[in-house]
Design a protein around this ligand. Structure first.
Ligand code: ZN
Length: 187
């Protein structure tokens, strides 16, 4: 059985300087790189929207325009250049796809199963939206899920959203550990 690292939406628009920047979003690079070297499979998701995506403020949605497909903001953060990806999964591609979960209308579950993955380390951006939704869906898909606590950052539209998201992921069956614990095999 294989172990996968699932990197959620580590993209320019979600990191400092981006359209929907998450505070400290670039600080997840180091733990992600270290873990990527130690797992069997690395898969990354991208938020990948049409210009008129329903989540945009310009369309009556909650978010500024972000991660429009094929624009610089939608590209991976430069730290991802050093990570060898087995697969990239784009979500939120249709106007009305929410796109929070990497498993929504995607091949992600099949990609994992084809590679005999049983255990998934979830990291990336942002804790209270796409990481949360992806980790909960990974639990529903039957994977053994660990959220990497030092390789995620929250948007925190309301204070405490990040902590609440972690509790919701735990309630869905996910474990939480930091990268040092996972690398040391102490969890
Ligand atoms: Zn989005």
């Amino acid at each position: 059985m294989a172990r996968a690292l699932l990197i959620i939406d580590f993209q320019n628009d979600f990191t400092p300087g981006g359209a929907l920047a998450v505070a400290g979003g670039d600080q997840i690079a180091e733990p992600i790189k270290r873990l990527a070297d130690r797992v069997d499979v690395v898969v990354a998701t991208r938020d990948w929207h049409p210009p008129d995506h329903a989540s945009f403020e310009t369309e009556g949605g909650p978010w500024p325009v972000h991660c429009v497909r094929d624009t610089p903001g939608a590209q991976f953060h430069p730290a991802m250049d050093e990570i060898a990806l087995e697969a990239v999964v784009d979500v939120g591609r249709a106007r009305d796809d929410e796109g929070y979960s990497g498993f929504e209308n995607s091949d992600l579950a099949r990609i994992m199963r084809d590679r005999d993955v049983s255990e998934v380390y979830v990291c990336g951006l942002a804790t209270d939206y796409c990481v949360r939704a992806s980790a909960i869906d990974a639990c529903s898909e039957g994977f053994e899920v660990t959220v990497v606590s030092d390789a995620i950052r929250a948007v925190e539209v309301s204070e405490g959203d990040g902590d609440r998201a972690i509790e919701e992921m735990r309630a869905a069956g996910a474990s939480v550990a930091d990268s040092a614990e996972l690398l040391a095999g102490t969890r």
